[in-house]
Design a protein around this ligand. Sequence first.
Ligand SMILES: [Fe+2]
Ligand SMILES: [Fe+2]
Length: 262
Amino acid sequence: MVAGAPGLPRNRNVRPGEGADLPNPLEASVGKARKKPRAQLVTSRPGPGERPRRTLARHAAPLERGRARTYIGPMDHSLETRPGLPDALRVLLRDYPREGWEQDPSFHGLVSFWLGMHLHFRDALGLMRGDAEALLDRRLDPASWAPRLARTGGGFVQHLHGHHGIEDDHYFPLLSARDARLARGFDILDADHHALDGHLDAFVRDANAALSALKDEDALRTGAGRLHEGLLRLDRFLDRHLTDEEELIVPVILRDGEAGLR
Ligand SMILES: [Fe+2]
Ligand SMILES: [Fe+2]
């Protein structure tokens, strides 16, 4: 790392004030940080024949609405390949289409706040992608680009991990219990979070490699090019996740209200 060059924290659990000097505008909004590092969750994989403990806990709650769990077939629903949620999981979206969300009396509050968080993540990715393009086009000098990437990227990774943790630990179990037809959708979203962990780790590696090459123009351009390609991929995968999550969850909250979710 070049002296004075800001870097992104490699440890996803870095706390505010540690490592890079990162502003933390959303921390109060997202609430407490993830209770357990995701790495610990990954290491507690179920044994053969066991269901994941978090999934069991989620479905142990009484089911208040809906019918039995929906069978959606043996398709590949991985984040990187699926074109969207299966139709069987979009049943409520027919009654609550996206175009009508903002006019719904239940929109303002948790739904609007939560969609605002998603918008923030999309904006941060767009900012970093645009900056990488400006650097590669020589419209932005490396000395200006580096602190922007460190600040935006560090906050992005930290807040996204916190956001996923709250969804996994709080919102998904509560919302999943409200409608058995949608339970499989929450399993897909949970798997997305794990997939995104890998993509975020790759982003941090690429960003730090580029930030370490500020004084070597060839290496910087190579690193910035790799970072830009990774940002395009991450943008596609995160948008898939956020869009599907919104279309699964928002109709449930608009239908049932946000009581018991806060
Ligand atoms: Fe999520
Ligand atoms: Fe989310």
